[in-house]
Design a protein around this ligand. Structure first.
Ligand code: 4NP
Length: 151
């Protein structure tokens, strides 16, 4: 089993979309996908209604996900840890115990050479168009990741 963790700040907007998208592109008997937030603001919460809605328009159901906080043992559980922005990167790297942990952490948009800005913008304080933009960025990135993993 290969395990992949998607990480953002709150685990209600961006990483639930990345989680649902990648999960939809990989066979569940060989891949485990999860998501977490670096903060504890939304532990136990469902994803933001705007993330649920944009996923639904693309036939992906993320409504059953529950927010949780990133923990140090995630470095043991997961083979790949994809973060949404530089701030997430720094928060996760701070918890790394060694270079092996550090090597697992990547900005998710680094996989997509077509994007210039490697940050997935936080859509929390914006409108619905921000969520569609995040969906498109993550749809492209998760397609590339799935092809890399399935090669
Ligand atoms: P996310 O967005 O990191 O993409 O889940 C946020 C959600 C909630 C908050 C910040 C960002 N918040 O401050 O509650």
């Amino acid at each position: 089993m290969t395990s992949i963790l998607m990480v953002c700040l709150g685990n209600i907007c961006r990483s639930p979309l990345a989680h649902g998208l990648l999960e939809s592109k990989l066979p569940s008997n060989r891949f485990y996908v999860d998501s977490a937030g670096t903060a504890n603001y939304h532990v136990g919460d469902a994803p933001d209604p705007r993330s649920i809605a944009v996923a639904k328009t693309h036939n992906i159901d993320i409504s059953k996900q529950q927010g949780r906080q990133f923990k140090v043992s995630d470095f043991d559980t997961f083979d790949y840890i994809y973060v949404m922005d530089q701030s997430n990167f720094e928060n996760v790297i701070k918890l790394a115990r060694n270079t092996n942990d550090m090597a697992k952490v990547k900005l998710i948009l680094e996989v997509d050479t077509a994007t210039l800005d490697k940050q997935v913008p936080d859509p929390y304080y914006g409108g619905n168009s921000g969520f569609e933009n995040v969906f498109q960025l993550l749809d492209n990135a998760t397609t590339i990741i799935s092809l890399q993993l399935l090669n």
